[in-house]
Design a protein around this ligand. Structure first.
Ligand SMILES: *Cc1c(COP(=O)(O)O)cnc(C)c1O
Length: 438
């Protein structure tokens, strides 16, 4: 399989190069030259398959000959050593719980796969890869725990001091060994500016191979299609539902793009809802075909506070820039903070189910969609992207009720924090990076 840039002006590359580079040299995003397809027989053969079997069947088609199949299969088993439950709320509404990985958010699916693939490719090239990330929370923790202990890789992550939650800070600063946390005296934008500067610093790039691990990397995107395939087949097998609608709480639109890949591959998926908060650039595009990104607005569903989503270019590419054709597969629905809180309450009252804000946005969007469309009778799957405990304050405030912290988290909270405090001047980052073993 070869990979093209969405800007079409750099040469096609292997998965290895696309993974280690992240962004194409022409500034575009890598996309597979063709989307692999499962025939109806192949889909039928996946009857009764486990999550990891489905993941392997999909990954195989994207990886091609780049790594041996037994190595790929082992890799998938170490990536997904946790469950992906599908919880019924009523006869045709389901929650796919994507928060059972080590950092309790769905970003584990992409980060763990990317980390191991990067390790394999880096070992092949006999290189040590330094992953540099600026984080405001979830991405950094998934990357830290994803790359933890992976040979030929190390992570340097920058987070804004005092601006992440205590739980997030524990996750960012306790992975240890090949993961270094830098606590920056500044805000998230400072962290991002410093990382960008490092990527274009010629002297630094002579001695280190730097790469980024954000969701523009195609190897973080591919594995996110696994849980769409899994849920669509599970619904058929266990509940006799065909072609469900997926409601996807969206920020950078990596998750939704992976869903579109799964549908194109031939998995039985009916429709998508792009559920957004007040950051509704894509929702507006879906309505009138004009892309007019606004500045980012802070909301209750913070991980979706993205004014100009980085994966939108890839989504557009997949629909040949045709908003009408995108609109046949995807309906955009934006949900306010007020509606999010009402939904957290009503879902708890009706089903006794605890939903954190991002999941609640997706649930509410599905309800809105159903109330407007007569054809929307089929089963709906709400993607739950984080464990309620990750957004404890928002839920406790809304429900007026204390939430119990799971025991494995208690352990995490007791681990010793290890971070290096630096100012927001680039030269401090450069000197830290130069001081790492070569
Ligand atoms: C990252 C994140 C999202 C948004 O996912 P995208 O792929 O960026 O659209 C939604 N919910 C949670 C909890 C997240 O961490």
């Amino acid at each position: 399989m070869i990979y093209f840039s969405t800007n079409k002006s750099s040469i096609p590359v292997s998965l290895k190069k696309a993974t280690l580079e992240g962004l194409a040299p022409d500034g575009g995003l890598y996309v597979p030259s063709e989307i692999p397809h499962f025939s109806p027989e192949e889909i039928k053969n996946l009857d009764g398959a486990s999550f990891n079997n489905i993941a392997f069947a999909i990954a195989k088609k994207f990886v091609g000959d780049d790594i041996p199949l037994d190595q790929l299969s082992d890799m998938i088993d170490t990536c997904y050593n946790f469950d992906t439950p599908i919880v019924p709320l009523d006869d045709n509404t389901f929650v796919e719980e994507l928060f059972c990985g080590p950092t309790l958010a769905f970003k584990d699916y992409g980060a763990r796969f990317l980390a191991r693939l990067t390790g394999i490719f880096a070992a092949k090239e006999k290189r040590l890869i330094t992953v540099l990330v600026a984080t405001s929370g979830d991405t950094g923790s998934a990357v830290a725990y994803g790359f933890q202990g992976i040979p030929n890789t190390r992570v340097v992550l920058l987070y804004p001091s005092g601006k992440v939650s205590p739980l997030q800070e524990q996750q960012l600063t306790t992975a240890g060994n090949n993961v270094h946390a830098l606590e920056v005296q500044g805000n998230f934008d400072d962290c991002q500016r410093m990382v960008k500067e490092a990527f274009v610093d010629p002297s630094l790039n002579k001695s280190l191979t730097l790469t980024s691990a954000n969701s523009i990397n195609i190897s973080r995107l591919i594995p996110q299609s696994f849980y769409y395939g899994w849920a669509s087949l599970q619904l058929k097998e266990r509940y006799d539902h065909n072609s469900p609608i997926f409601s996807v709480p969206s920020g950078n639109y990596g998750n939704l793009t992976a869903g579109v890949l799964a549908k194109r591959m031939g998995f039985p998926i009916g429709h998508f809802i792009a559920a957004s908060n007040a950051n509704d650039s894509v929702t507006r595009y879906l309505t009138d075909g004009r892309y007019d990104p606004h500045t980012t607005i802070t909301t209750l569903s913070t991980a979706m506070d993205v004014g100009n989503p980085s994966n939108f270019g890839r989504l557009r590419y997949l629909y040949h820039n045709d908003h009408a054709s995108m609109g046949r597969d995807i309906t955009g629905i934006s949900v306010s903070d007020k509606e999010t809180r009402t939904t957290i309450r009503s879902v708890y009252d009706r089903f006794g189910y605890l939903m954190e804000p991002h999941t609640a946005v997706a649930f509410r969007a599905l309800e809105d969609y159903r109330s407007k469309k007569e054809a929307a009778e089929g089963a709906g799957i709400v993607l739950s992207t984080a464990h309620p405990v990750k957004f404890l304050e928002a839920i406790e405030e809304t429900l007026g009720k204390k939430i119990e912290i799971p025991s494995n988290l208690q352990e995490l909270m007791e681990k010793k924090k290890s971070a290096t405090l630096i100012s927001s001047e680039y030269k401090e980052l450069a000197s830290f990076l130069n001081g790492l073993d070569q």
